[in-house]
Write a protein that binds this ligand. Structure first.
Ligand code: FEO
Length: 169
């Protein structure tokens, strides 16, 4: 495997675990503020990120590369209010999209078509992640300022359940 592609894939394992840790921090914030449905939504989001990390790790191993596990940063987002947390989620997903694009670009430059094909799933997934984060902001803007509306939105988010990624390696 091209050394640059390998390095970026390795880093992505860490970035996905950081995403899981970040969303777990958001989840804790919501539970602490009585919004258990939002807390549930972010806890499941954290599980998804962990699954993403494992896919990158497995992909490296499948290609005979030993993953390098580095320290995961402390979540570094100030949790001031609900809207800010939701906006930070969208901002973070856009950042992750840029990381995936960077790996894609490196794989393309190295003519590493196998990695490009592996990344295709993540390109699509990032589109969904950004859409979900954007939808959450819109719905909070619409219903969040009304106590009943917020209660119903929280209930809806509480119904989210985890399903494993459709990508199998
Ligand atoms: Fe693993 Fe939310 O991107």
């Amino acid at each position: 495997m091209d050394s640059k592609v390998q390095e970026l894939l390795d880093q992505q394992v860490n970035k996905e675990f950081y995403s899981a840790y970040l969303y777990l921090d958001f989840s804790v914030y919501f539970y602490d503020n009585g919004l258990n449905g939002f807390g549930n939504w972010f806890k499941i989001q954290a599980q998804e990120e962990q699954a993403h990390a494992m896919l990158f790790l497995q992909y490296l191993q499948n290609n005979g590369v030993k993953p390098q596990l580095c320290a995961i940063d402390k979540p570094a987002v100030a949790l001031t209010d609900v809207k800010t947390v939701l906006e930070e989620t969208l901002k973070h997903e856009k950042y992750v999209t840029s990381l995936i694009n960077d790996i894609y670009e490196a794989a393309h430059a190295a003519k590493d078509y196998r990695t490009m094909q592996f990344l295709d799933w993540f390109v699509k997934e990032q589109g969904e992640e950004e859409m979900n984060a954007g939808d959450l902001i819109k719905r909070y803007e619409l219903f969040g300022s009304d106590a009943k509306g917020l209660y119903m939105l929280d209930n809806e988010l509480g119904a989210r359940t985890y399903s494993a990624p459709s990508l199998q390696l």
